[in-house]
Design a protein around this ligand. Structure first.
Ligand code: NAP
Length: 264
């Protein structure tokens, strides 16, 4: 018996990277999945993910929407509900990490980062929670980061602080929605080799430092993040609420080593 048979899920930013892996693992476990994406040039990628879900025997739709804009979020949620009847699992995965150093950081980048990484959790969770409260059932999972707990390298203050906010928002929503039998949790990946990190990781020396700094001496994978999401969305995790599940090889529990302070 698949863990998410008959369930409907919405994954924001589900057309590539970690989001794609989450979509596919949820579908693998029997869920129908709505795949949100933002950019017109990424439409083909989202459509490809839809085809992969259908090949697994599940239903899928793709929806273009900016998760930082209330009207677009509300229309997206309505569209998913029209298609699937309801949303049982919401994964707030969409995120950006523009590599702008602090002294060059613009107000536009600050706002766009917070709209995408934090405000989206508020907008999508509020819109989806209405139906979840009526049914007294639901799972919300936010994709946080090691940056939720520590100042990661390279230092991008807007991203790091937005992920700390996502962590606190997870806890606040867990308290607020728990009484309605809605679990709100987060997953915290360390560096994963997706488009978000490809420039950074294409430098072989940085790649090797990332591997060396991790207690497991390897990078994590998008599928490992997806497996944790699938677990948190399952009935086996029904008493887990307000938790940040780090999937980071132990990076955030490791004391800093002298070599970690070497210049990149
Ligand atoms: P990615 O490959 O760059 O993908 C980002 C996804 O977010 C894309 O699907 C993109 O849509 C979507 N997106 C961006 N802005 C959006 C908006 N305003 N509205 C709707 N969708 C939007 O990144 P990733 O590595 O998979 O990251 C996924 C999540 O994991 C993010 O929250 C990120 O912060 C977190 N994370 C990543 C890492 C890592 O090392 N990769 C580590 C820790 C946490 P389009 O395809 O249309 O552009």
């Amino acid at each position: 018996m698949k863990r998410h048979n008959g369930k409907s899920a919405l994954v924001t930013g589900g057309g590539r990277g970690i989001g794609e892996a989450i979509v596919l693992q949820l579908a693998h476990e029997g869920a129908n999945v709505a795949i949100n994406y933002l950019s017109e040039q990424e439409k083909d990628s989202a459509e490809l993910v839809r085809e992969k879900v259908e090949a697994l025997g599940q239903r899928a739709i793709t929806i273009q929407a900016d998760v930082g804009k209330k009207q677009q979020v509300d229309e997206m949620i309505q569209q998913v509900q029209n298609e699937f009847g309801q949303i049982d699992i919401l994964v707030n995965n969409a995120g950006i990490a523009p590599f702008e150093p602090f002294m060059k950081l613009t107000e536009e980048t600050w706002d766009r980062t917070y709209d995408t990484n934090v405000k989206s959790i508020f907008l999508c969770s509020q819109a989806v929670a209405k139906g979840m409260i009526e049914r007294k059932s639901g799972k919300i999972i936010n994709i946080a980061s090691t940056a939720s707990l520590m100042v990661t390298s390279p230092v991008i203050p807007h991203y790091i602080s937005s992920k700390a906010a996502a962590h606190q928002l997870t806890k606040a929503l867990a308290i607020e929605l728990g009484k309605h039998n809605i679990n709100v949790n987060a997953v915290g990946p360390s560096t994963i080799d997706t488009d978000m990190c490809k420039d950074f990781l294409s430098d072989q020396a940085i790649y090797e430092q990332e591997v060396e700094a991790n207690p497991m001496k390897r990078l994590g994978t998008a599928k490992q993040i997806a497996d944790s999401v699938v677990f948190l969305a399952s009935e086996e995790a029904m008493q887990i609420n307000g938790h940040l599940l780090m999937v980071d090889g132990g990076l955030t529990v490791k004391a800093a080593q002298p070599e970690d302070h070497m210049e990149h």
